[in-house]
Design a protein around this ligand. Structure first.
Ligand SMILES: NC(=O)C1=CN([C@@H]2O[C@H](COP(=O)(O)OP(=O)(O)OC[C@H]3O[C@@H](n4cnc5c(N)ncnc54)[C@H](O)[C@@H]3O)[C@@H](O)[C@H]2O)C=CC1
Ligand SMILES: C[C@H](CCCC(C)(C)O)[C@H]1CC[C@H]2[C@@H]3[C@H](O)CC4=CC(=O)CC[C@]4(C)[C@H]3CC[C@]12C
Length: 361
């Protein structure tokens, strides 16, 4: 029934559709949006897995393009009903320059907004980040906070600064008149640290553990808690928002939502052990041997080395003053705003999310 030509009439565009989150959004749309007629997947680097999706009832159009190029974005957006903008440069390790991070995350988002306005696309869902809130440069904990919790969101690092700027642009664009005279409806989703199939840092930790004889070394106190969210639930939340934006425009337009599910609050390292433990790794407590001041010193040395070596090679280890500060600051969310506004409930239980991730690692 859902496959009849009359029910399939919507065109969706997913920017960054070949990334870790983007691929899950693309697959979720194909599974859970019966009104889909065409799905445009826009990315700088297209994945070979897209080919296998082209045989189904939905027209899957792969578009190799760059969000920093306004004309490429406008061509991809033209005729789309909904844009899900996940493309971004996720870099907290100093791999890219601050200018490039701004170009992709801020200018790229401006281009997406302007393309919607020019071409008459009315619904825009933006993948923001918890990082637009915190942890802030003062290392203040954010404990079981929600979208209305007061918090000093002050940042210096280019990644959170660029995400915050882009999120503001998206929210301010809500209500703008698009081509044809109707209003643009926008909203932003703020995932906490995402995990699941395709999470590259998890694989890196796994390989690092193997190299160290099946051990990883605890650097951060177990009492520092983080919220984490399964990629399938983040994708589901994007799909649900996209589906509900039209009917609930007055309520949801211009709003932000944290992405949450039933994943337990744990330290970054203990949480990773939920998956790496069953894969044969163990976490060794060396915190008494490596005190925080020594870690900070190592992180600062890494930053200095990165700067010194930059003319010769790219040195970008996981540990730097910023990642250490994020890993060492409690950031947990507790909210039901997405449930109240558009009926979100996690699609995957914690057990499911854990099993799927372990299988992937
Ligand atoms: N990974 C995480 O824990 C979190 C990620 N986010 C946000 O989610 C979004 C997706 O992140 P991930 O999937 O983790 O990253 P990712 O790096 O796996 O995916 C980003 C995608 O965007 C594409 N892209 C980058 N620059 C582009 C450009 N100039 N033009 C077109 N496409 C471009 C990349 O090729 C990639 O496929 C990002 O906006 C990120 O800020 C938010 C919170 C947490
Ligand atoms: C890589 C960090 C852990 C290494 C710490 C060390 C070296 C002491 O073991 C990761 C700790 C927290 C992560 C970030 C957090 O989950 C929030 C994020 C949100 C985003 O939008 C993008 C990714 C990230 C910044 C994420 C990046 C890795 C950590 C810093």
């Amino acid at each position: 029934m859902a496959d009849s030509a009359e029910t399939r009439k919507l065109v969706y565009l997913v920017t960054g559709g070949c990334g870790f989150l983007g691929e899950h959004v693309v697959r979720m749309l194909l599974q859970r949006e019966p009104r889909l007629y065409e799905l445009r997947v826009f990315d700088l680097h297209l994945g070979p897995w897209l080919e296998e999706l082209k045989t189904g009832p939905v027209q899957v159009t792969a578009i190799q393009g760059d969000v920093t190029q306004a004309h490429e974005v406008a061509a991809a957006v033209a005729g789309a009903h909904v844009v899900i903008h996940t493309a971004g440069l996720v870099d907290v390790f100093g791999r890219a320059s601050p200018e490039t991070i701004y170009e992709v995350n801020v200018q790229g988002t401006k281009n997406v907004i302007e393309a919607c306005v020019q071409t008459g696309t009315r619904f825009l869902v933006y993948t923001s980040s918890m990082e637009v809130v915190g942890p802030n440069i003062k290392g203040h904990p954010f404990y079981r906070g929600n979208e209305d919790t007061p918090y000093e969101a002050i940042h210096r690092h280019p990644y959170p600064c660029s995400k915050a700027q882009a999120e503001r642009l998206v929210l301010e664009a809500n209500g703008r008149k698009v081509h044809g005279g109707l209003s643009l409806v926008t909203c932003a989703l703020r995932p906490t640290g995402i995990y699941g199939e395709g999470h590259q840092i998890m694989r890196d930790f796994y390989h690092q553990g193997l190299r160290l004889g099946g051990r990883l070394f605890r650097a951060i106190p177990a009492s520092v808690e983080h919220s984490r969210v399964y990629v399938g639930n983040v994708a589901w939340m994007h799909v649900l928002v996209a589906q509900e934006l039209e009917q609930r425009a007055a309520l949801m337009g211009g709003q932000v939502y944290f992405c949450y599910d039933e994943s337990p609050y744990k330290s970054y390292e203990d949480f990773n052990m939920e998956f790496l433990g069953p894969c044969g790794l163990r976490l060794v407590d060396t915190r008494l041997l490596v005190p925080y001041w020594l870690l900070m010193l190592l992180a600062t040395l890494n930053a200095l080395l990165q700067w010194l070596l930059r003319p010769l090679l790219l040195y970008a280890p996981l540990l730097n003053p910023y990642t250490l500060a994020v890993a060492n600051t409690t950031f947990t969310v507790s909210t039901d705003k997405a449930q109240r506004h558009f009926g979100y409930k996690p699609l995957f239980s914690w057990e499911d999310s854990r099993t799927r991730t372990i299988r992937w690692v």
